[in-house]
Write a protein that binds this ligand. Structure first.
Ligand SMILES: Cc1ncc(COP(=O)(O)O)c(C=O)c1O
Length: 370
């Protein structure tokens, strides 16, 4: 019998926002709205899907392991040198490679409580200790606290901007004064999975790839604004020596050919991207106004979701299940360390309207019962 290493035996895997195919359980509500995983509910980019369907006959071929054509276009799109870009099977595959490439035994990861949980699960998978600094204020990263927590073991600092699941943003001034204080031998990963939305919602949102630090790596993804979550495509922007090291440890044929084809065409689909972003700006205003009107406490967000702060975990459970039975799937956040919070993605206008109607209905029902 094989002995499973204790860090794997005891590992609690990442819990996705959608609990399998039968998301709505036996209730089978007539209308079903999925607002649990911060996906693009307008679907994938139409130009991406057209290119993919035209090239399905090429799926017998291995993909270009360097993703050269996609890198070339991405380089133009994000104004970053091609040799400083790495494509991966989702940004989480690049995060995974980071542990292999940079974290020698004895090193630890430093991050915030309430930060996107996937990196913490990966640290545990790799037997890397993870130090979490408590948040401050209204669910903000305590950047000074993170600086104070740096010690001789710190190998990687994981920052998420805006953070999932809080949606809170770190401003240009805050991140630059933080990065100025981090010793240059520590790798700082800034996960910007929601950058396209944040850019449109705040004039103060920093583009960390262009700040010029040689220990900073930025992660972005095609999963959110581009609507390609199912195909798995993400990228890293960083100094060439870091990209070179990461390239050595990535699986040779990541990302797959379908993702490369769809990603390349999606980059040309500027009208789909703009429509997605414009919708998010409009619906963010509509939803935050409605949450205030209904008396919900929410965390200010510059992403494509808003997190409600409820009384306690029991109230979260009540809202989650009551919304589910009315056909609205949301996300509980106990596994992110925020048991009294409920995250609701921003969908299409009619989906958001339906969700608000159901939310109000649940609130009224609860008020009548109390
Ligand atoms: C902050 C953050 N980073 C990364 C990811 C995963 O991105 P990908 O689909 O590219 O692996 C997510 C997905 O929800 C996220 O919220």
């Amino acid at each position: 019998m094989i002995k499973i290493p204790s860090h794997i035996e005891n590992l609690a895997p990442y819990k996705p926002g959608k609990p399998g195919a039968n998301m709505f359980g036996d209730a089978k509500p007539q209308r079903q709205v999925v607002l649990s995983s911060n996906e693009n509910n307008f679907g994938p980019s139409p130009l991406g899907m057209k290119a993919l369907s035209e090239q399905l006959g090429r799926m017998n071929l291995y993909p270009d392991p360097t993703s050269d054509a996609l890198k070339e276009q991405l380089s133009l799109k994000v104004n970053f040198p091609k040799e400083c870009i790495l494509l991966g099977n989702g940004s989480d595959a690049i995060l995974y490679s980071m542990f292999k490439a940079f974290l020698e035994p004895g090193k630890s990861m430093l991050t915030s409580h309430g930060a996107f949980v996937s990196a913490k699960v990966m640290a545990r998978m790799n037997n890397v200790p993870c130090v979490e600094v408590p948040m401050v204020g209204n669910h903000c990263f305590d950047l000074d606290g993170i600086i104070s927590a740096i010690d001789a073991t710190t190998g990687l600092i994981y920052i998420v901007n805006p953070n999932n699941p809080t949606g809170q943003m770190i401003s240009y001034h805050e991140i630059t004064s933080f990065l100025d204080k981090v010793p240059g031998h520590i790798l700082v990963v800034v996960d910007e999975a929601y950058s396209e939305f944040a850019d449109a919602l705040s004039s103060n949102y920093p583009d960390c790839a262009h700040l010029g630090y040689d220990n900073v790596l930025v992660l972005r993804t095609f999963s959110k604004a581009y609507g390609l979550a199912g195909l798995r495509l993400g990228y890293a922007l960083g100094p060439e020596y870091i990209i070179r090291a990461l390239t050595k440890v990535k699986l040779t044929f990541d990302p797959n050919l379908a993702a490369q084809i769809a990603g390349l065409a999606s980059l040309q689909d500027t009208s789909f991207l703009q429509m997605t972003i414009d919708n998010n700006v409009r619906e963010m205003k509509k939803l935050t106004d409605a949450y205030s009107r209904l008396g919900f406490d929410y965390i200010p967000s510059v992403a494509n979701f808003i997190t409600l702060c409820l009384k306690d975990e029991a109230e979260v459970e009540t809202y989650y299940h009551s919304l589910l039975s009315r056909g609205v799937l949301t996300r509980r956040l106990a596994s992110f360390g925020l048991p009294d919070c409920l995250r609701i993605s921003i969908g299409k206008p009619d989906e958001n309207d339906y969700m608000l109607e159901m939310l109000e209905d649940v609130k009224n029902t609860m008020n009548q019962q109390s």
